[in-house]
Design a protein around this ligand. Structure first.
Ligand SMILES: [Zn+2]
Length: 169
């Protein structure tokens, strides 16, 4: 996230429904970006103002990314740091990872997710590859809807995570 003359620069990836959703960092409001704004022409920035809090964003929609959907990986998370320091870190919960990209993943919790946008998590899970590789990644909660949570990795998947990078290739 980069501040640039009052505009927050963000890159948005498509979700599994091929939608570009901007989630406001300040208030958590969802904005579905009109497809006509990014489908035509080359990568260009789109100006979006949050309808709730009026924060302004300069958004780049990245159509070119690898995405795995329909996966089902068992894992856990621990809360490393609560958003805004409110509440207590710790506590382990079981999750099922349902989709993953190089920048993050989506999971389902058992019961309603007691998580907030901005919480920092440590995720542990196993891949369903031949080695059943064990993975540990830190991630920030970007969206929460009932028991469905979307997180962004603090370090996106690259060659430093060989098993994950191969899994996503
Ligand atoms: Zn907002």
């Amino acid at each position: 996230m980069v501040e640039n003359g009052g505009l927050i620069e963000k890159t948005v990836l498509l979700n599994k429904n091929n939608e570009a959703i901007l989630v406001c960092d300040k208030c958590g409001m969802f904005h579905k970006i009109d497809e006509s704004l990014y489908r035509l022409g080359d990568m260009k920035r789109i100006l979006i103002e949050c309808q709730k809090c009026q924060r302004r964003y300069s958004v780049l929609v990245n159509l070119r990314r690898h995405y795995r959907k329909g996966i089902s990986l068992q894992g856990t998370y621990n809360i490393v740091e609560k958003a805004g320091g409110i509440g207590i870190a710790g506590g382990m919960a079981r999750i099922t990872i349902q989709d993953m990209s190089k920048s993050g993943l989506g999971f389902k919790t058992n019961g309603p997710a007691r998580l907030m946008v901005g919480d920092v998590l440590k995720l542990n899970f196993r891949l369903d590859n031949a080695k059943r590789s064990s993975v540990e990644k830190n991630a920030i909660v970007r969206r929460v809807f009932n028991d469905i949570v979307g997180v962004e990795f603090t370090k996106h998947i690259d060659e430093r995570d060989p098993d994950l990078a191969f899994y996503m290739s």
